[in-house]
Design a protein around this ligand. Structure first.
Ligand code: HEC
Length: 131
């Protein structure tokens, strides 16, 4: 009995800690991505739309997708798209400016920004899954 309890507790603790590491939900993120899909393809080798294809974007340097004409600002920004950068990029303007400076408005991406932390986490989980 005691052993069983111990096992269950262990499973419970493990599931909690793995959630903490991987907070976002890929499937939910995929749904939220509908807001982005007007401008972004995500499939490997798919063409650019108003915005560049986002296949393998997590961990990539900003402004390097072949055949897409970026704004000068984004190309020269030196951003690397890790969790923190992607989170700020899809957030409300205030957060974007705080992270990248006020020149971020020279970017060509016009998007109002996600406001709920949960949505932002789910979005990042989804973008990470594109590889
Ligand atoms: C109205 C069109 C539009 C919408 C909607 C939009 N984007 Fe963009 N996105 C762009 C454009 C245009 C660029 C290129 C920006 C530049 O060159 O300054 C861009 C650039 C990006 C980049 C940088 C890509 C790179 O190669 O460096 C990421 C990441 C990105 N968008 C993610 C998203 C996500 C996630 C969403 C939804 C939450 C979204 N975008 C919504 C148009 C859009």
């Amino acid at each position: 009995m005691y052993k069983k309890f111990l096992m269950l507790s262990l499973v419970f603790i493990l599931s909690l800690s793995s959630n903490a590491v991987f907070a976002g939900d890929v499937e939910k993120g995929k749904k939220i991505f509908k807001k982005c899909a007007a401008c972004h393809n995500v499939a490997e080798g798919a063409k650019h739309k108003t915005g560049p294809n986002l296949w393998k974007i997590h961990g990539a340097k900003a402004g390097i997708q072949d055949g897409y004409k970026y704004s000068k600002w984004l190309k020269g920004s030196g951003i690397v798209w890790n969790d923190e950068e992607l989170a700020a990029w899809v957030s409300a303007k205030k957060v974007k400016v705080a992270k990248f400076g006020k020149d971020v408005k020279k970017s060509k991406m016009i998007f109002a920004g996600l406001r709920k932390q949960g949505q932002i986490d789910d979005m990042i989980a989804y973008l990470k899954s594109l590889k």
